[in-house]
Ligand binder design. Structure first.
Ligand code: PHB
Length: 369
């Protein structure tokens, strides 16, 4: 009689997925999970002969919940790799645990700059972006359009502060003036009084970061405020789930992805995603997909051996054939990628061009560089 387990068959490989299970960012987490599942399904949910076991935890959109959930995934669930975090504060909790335990970790959204900067680590990777990276190019875009007096608004937390800060850094360096700056508590959506305060400053344009459910509400309220007609700028997260809103018409954004990128990998990815999930893919789905691709490539390279040092070395040299365009990771483990300029026209996200080509985050303070 044959034995139940063939000799040499390896244990299942555990992937711990840490995503928001409720709140304004829950939909972003679903898209990441869908994208990751799609990438793993390509090889029948097996990598180098090992079956994949996905275990989901809640990133809670804060550092303490994310850290506790990460600990649980590692200690109780014995996962081999961590993937996740939508919210920059969750990423801080996850990275702390990653640094303490050495587990290979992939940030699939959160842009917290220091994750691939001052708090970088040999075992921490990012397949998404840094908050600096997607917003810095907009400083020049705004001035090129002669928007010289700009007002900014965001949620007051790591991502909002860092994204708007990166825009302001480039914009003021090139001679622009910030005429009003508003930060409101996350995830508050009481935008009307703040929009009135922005309008009072009579800006040439407004630069805003909101995402998920909050972004849709902001766009709707903006068009109904005294700012109607004043150009609205932002990182592309602002419009990723909102292009169907008439109020989104004309919004100009920068991002490392755009639906309309005319590349075979993107067209194929989008068709497959729509067929699998009955909705169109967005940047979060792409990031989940590329996290799956990074794991798959690395595990195949080490032939299923999840020895951490070998897996980390394989991740460092990966080239990801992404729907956003192919990319490699910087020494600090953040994608080196084109930042696209996009605009909503007639309900479609149009790619106007590349705002900054092959942009690498400067990764200040990263010691593994
Ligand atoms: C973040 O908190 O880092 C974050 C959240 C949502 C986004 C982008 C960044 O769309």
């Amino acid at each position: 009689m044959p034995t139940r387990f063939a000799i040499g068959q390896q244990a299942r490989m555990g992937i711990g997925l840490l995503l928001p299970q409720s709140g304004t960012y829950a939909g972003l987490g679903h898209a990441i999970a869908n994208g990751l599942n799609m990438a793993l399904a390509k090889t029948g949910n097996r990598l180098a002969g090992r079956e994949i076991r996905l275990v989901v935890g809640d990133d809670g959109s804060n550092a303490a919940t994310a850290a506790a959930a990460a600990q649980h995934l590692i200690q109780a669930e014995k996962v081999d790799v961590l993937v996740g975090a939508v919210h920059s504060d969750s990423a801080q909790g996850m990275v702390k645990v990653a640094r303490d335990t050495g587990i290979p970790t992939i940030i699939a959204n959160a842009g917290w700059n220091a994750a691939t900067g001052a708090s970088c680590a040999s075992n921490v990777f990012r397949t998404s972006f840094s908050n600096w990276q997607v917003n810095w190019p907009m400083g020049k875009v705004a001035l090129d359009r002669n928007y010289r007096r700009v007002a900014t608004i965001t949620w007051r937390y790591t991502a909002g502060t860092e994204m708007i800060g990166a825009f302001e850094e480039n914009f003021t360096r090139l001679g622009g003036t910030i005429v009003q700056r508003i930060q409101m508590p996350f995830p508050q959506m009481d935008f009307a009084p703040h929009l009135a305060a922005l309008a009072a400053a009579q800006p040439d344009a407004v630069m805003a970061f909101f995402a998920g459910a909050g972004a849709r509400q902001f766009i709707t309220d903006y068009a109904a405020s005294a700012l109607k007609g004043v150009p609205l700028l932002g990182p592309g997260f602002l419009t990723e789930g909102a292009r169907d809103l008439p109020a989104a018409e004309g919004i100009l954004t920068t991002l490392h992805y755009a639906n309309g990128l005319d590349m075979p990998v993107n067209r194929h990815f989008r068709a497959q995603y729509s067929a699998a999930y009955g909705r169109s893919a967005d940047v979060y789905a792409v990031q989940g997909y590329d996290s799956g691709q990074l794991i798959a490539q690395a595990v195949e390279t080490v032939r299923g051996d999840t020895n951490r040092a070998a897996l980390i070395a394989a991740m460092e040299t990966a080239r990801i054939d992404s729907p956003r365009g192919s990319f490699v990771l910087s020494k600090a483990h953040n994608p080196v990628q084109d930042i696209y300029l996009r605009q909503i026209r007639n309900g479609e996200e149009i790619v106007l061009g590349i705002a900054q080509r092959a942009l690498a985050d400067p990764a200040p303070g990263c010691k593994v560089k």
